[in-house]
Design a protein. Structure first.
Length: 97
């Protein structure tokens, strides 16, 4: 099927049957990720504010700040995808691609 002019297309597979114990265990496994991500998010807030001023004054986003924010967002999306049962792979600690 041709998506036409739509900017995004969502394909969905059949729902996976999960047992309640695995869902509860997944919620326990994600706790360390959320604790570390909380502190990284505080650092990301400082980096975002610094980057905002850098863009305002210099007219460009510094490469180091940009890579930190992109890595933080990637890590956040992976953890939330795992926690909300979208993906089954445990997210790595850090900014790996």
């Amino acid at each position: 099927m041709d998506p036409g002019d739509y900017p995004a297309v969502l394909y969905s597979a059949r729902p996976v049957a999960r047992r309640r114990a695995t869902v509860v265990f997944r919620a326990v496994l994600v706790i360390p990720q959320l604790v570390v991500l909380y502190f990284v998010s505080l650092a990301a807030l400082a980096v975002l504010l610094t980057g905002w001023f850098a863009v305002l004054l210099a007219g460009r986003w510094p490469r180091g700040l940009q890579s930190f924010v992109v890595g933080w967002m990637r890590w956040t999306f992976r953890v939330h995808g795992y926690w909300s049962l979208i993906v089954d792979d445990y997210p790595p600690f850090g900014f790996q691609e």
